[in-house]
Design a protein around this ligand. Structure first.
Ligand code: SF4
Length: 219
């Protein structure tokens, strides 16, 4: 698969850059030597991800947090990375942020959590809740792109700047872009604040409420 092939090449380049290389002739991974095909069902994809050791987050994780929800969800939420609670449970958004996200889905979108799909940019918990590095995010990205391809959502909600950045390539601040509507590959992307930001800054709930109403209108 081209995305996975590119992710592996990118990982290789980041590693060489960290070692001080400025120019190199990278020996590309040969597709016949590696199984670069991602499965075409969410359950098989989850099985493959659960044994993934493509980046260093695999060394410290307890469980791979693949994502969960309706496999044909119209709304697909993407956060940054699993937190410690998710690392031990293997489920996305189960801590205080998750409770807030669930209330947002139920009370504003009038949906149940089981109606939507929820996942993260990286599937393994970064220790000390660090922001995933570009190498980690790009290495894990093929799983996310395949999840979106298989689920075929109408709307993808980027929760926070990390999700927005890796889904669009734009590094604008989340405060500048929240609530904006982006037409991407077959779906509409809307960024808003991450629930953990709302726990620290409750006054931003009003803006997220507006963003969710916009999502509801688009539906
Ligand atoms: S974060 Fe993604 S790429 Fe890294 S080990 Fe986990 S599943 Fe694999």
């Amino acid at each position: 698969m081209k995305n996975l092939h590119n992710a592996l090449l990118l990982k290789q380049l980041y590693q060489l850059k960290q070692l001080g290389y400025k120019y190199t002739s990278v020996v590309p991974y040969k597709e016949e030597e590696l199984n670069l095909t991602l499965p075409n069902t969410l359950s098989s994809l989850e099985k493959q991800a659960s044994n993934c050791h493509l980046c260093e987050l695999s060394k410290s994780r307890q469980k791979v947090v693949f994502g969960e929800g309706n496999p044909q969800a119209d709304i697909f939420f993407v956060g940054e990375a699993p937190a410690a609670t998710e690392d031990s449970s293997g489920k996305p958004f189960v801590g205080r942020s998750g409770e807030l996200l669930t209330r947002m889905i139920e009370n504003v979108l009038n949906l149940s959590r089981a109606d939507v799909y929820i996942t993260n940019i990286v599937k393994c918990h970064p220790s000390n809740n660090q922001i995933p590095t570009p190498t980690q995010a790009h290495t894990c990205q093929p799983y996310l792109l395949k999840q979106i391809e298989l689920t075929k959502p109408k709307i993808v909600v980027a929760l926070g700047v990390t999700a927005y950045h890796y889904l669009t390539g734009d590094d604008s601040a989340i405060a500048e872009v929240r609530g904006t509507v982006h037409k991407l590959n077959g779906y509409t992307l809307i960024p808003t604040y991450h629930p953990s930001y709302l726990l620290r800054n409750p006054s931003a709930k009003k803006e997220v409420f507006e963003d969710l109403l916009k999502i509801k209108e688009l539906m």
